[in-house]
Structures are given as structure tokens and as C-alpha cells.
Write a protein that binds this ligand. Structure first.
Ligand SMILES: Cc1cc2nc3c(=O)[nH]c(=O)nc-3n(C[C@H](O)[C@H](O)[C@H](O)COP(=O)(O)O)c2cc1C
Length: 162
């Protein structure tokens, strides 16, 4: 018999993870969502995966649009993570209050001041329980400024570390 999902969530909260934002251009706007399930799955070939809840709008957007971007949030971007995880936020204008620039090789955006950025093109999708694992060929990987730290997710909080 499997563990209770609520217990799994509580125990898993003890695993520190980086906090990222996935962006995808969709239906005339740029959709963005906070994610922590981002993994470099393979170096050669370069493959990056992100696990998205089956009900999330960003998962739906990625069914339509093959290219997407990931911004690895910096230690001072906790408010961005909170905003792009808030339920019921409007689809339109999600990045109006978040400085961003055009991505290099996707139709999405890079969040300004992030610790790193990736542009990807979807090559595989796997349904994994209540999530969809979207696997992308990494088209571009770029580091941010060397002084920028990282935002981590640990025990339900997102402190910054350097
Ligand atoms: C620190 C943090 C990490 C998160 N990681 C994920 C994740 O990996 N996958 C996911 O589907 N949702 C994740 N979420 C929840 C989404 O950000 C949230 O459900 C968001 O509203 C989804 O946007 P959408 O429904 O517009 O796609 C995370 C939230 C936080 C605060």
C-alpha cells in the first residue's frame, strides 16, 4: 500500500530544490509559472525535464507550443516566485510586473536578474501520475551574473542562498 499523498508532500518538503519559472508563449500572451521540479536529465544529448501538474495552464500551453524557457530564480526573486504560483492570477499580463527580455531561442521570455536561463524544444512528454513530465532538447543554456545567488524551496518556504 502506497504512502498517503499528504504525508509524502510533508516529507518531500525536507528536500531542498531550486526555484525556477517556466515561460511559454501561448494564445497571444506569455504564460509563466513557478516550478521546482526542473532536472537536467541528460548532458549529451542535452535534455532538461520539468514536471507539471496535469491541471496546470502551463502544461496545457506546452501541448500547443514546442518551445519554452526556464529562468532559474535568484535569491532576491521570492516575490516573483510567489506571484507566479498564486492560484487564479489572470492569464493576461502575468509578466507585466516582472522585468523580462525576449528569450534567445524560444518564443517565450527570460526573467531579468535570474541566476541562469534555458531555452528548450519539447522532444518527449510522459504522463507520470498526476503530472506530465515535459522533456526538452536544451537549445540555449546561459549563466547569470556571478554574484547572483539562488532561491531554494525548503519546508514550504523559499529562502535565498548565496
Ligand atoms: C516553490 C514552488 C514550486 C512549485 N513547483 C511546481 C512544479 O514543479 N510543478 C507544478 O506543476 N507546479 C508547481 N508549483 C505550483 C505552481 O506554481 C502553481 O500551481 C501555478 O499556479 C501554476 O500555474 P498555471 O496553473 O497557470 O500553470 C510550485 C509552486 C511553488 C511555490
Amino acid at each position: 500500500m502506497s504512502v498517503d499523498p499528504v504525508e509524502l508532500r510533508a516529507v518531500a518538503s525536507r528536500m531542498a530544490s531550486g526555484v525556477c519559472v517556466v515561460t511559454v508563449a501561448w494564445r497571444g500572451t506569455v504564460h509563466a509559472a513557478t516550478v521546482s521540479t526542473v532536472l537536467v536529465l541528460s548532458q549529451d544529448p542535452p535534455l532538461l525535464g520539468v514536471a507539471l501538474h496535469e491541471d496546470s495552464r502551463v502544461a496545457e500551453a506546452l501541448e500547443d507550443e514546442p518551445t519554452w524557457s526556464v529562468s532559474v530564480l535568484a535569491d532576491d526573486q521570492g516575490s516573483v516566485a510567489d506571484w507566479l504560483a498564486s492560484p487564479g492570477r489572470p492569464v493576461l499580463g502575468q509578466l507585466d510586473r516582472v522585468p523580462s527580455t525576449a528569450a534567445r531561442s524560444s518564443s517565450a521570455r527570460w526573467l531579468t536578474g535570474a541566476a541562469a536561463w534555458f531555452d528548450c524544444r519539447t522532444v518527449q512528454r510522459h504522463v507520470v501520475g498526476d503530472h506530465v513530465l515535459v522533456v526538452g532538447d536544451v537549445l540555449v543554456a546561459e549563466e547569470g551574473a556571478p554574484t547572483v545567488g539562488a532561491l531554494v524551496h525548503l519546508r514550504g518556504r523559499t529562502p535565498g542562498v548565496r
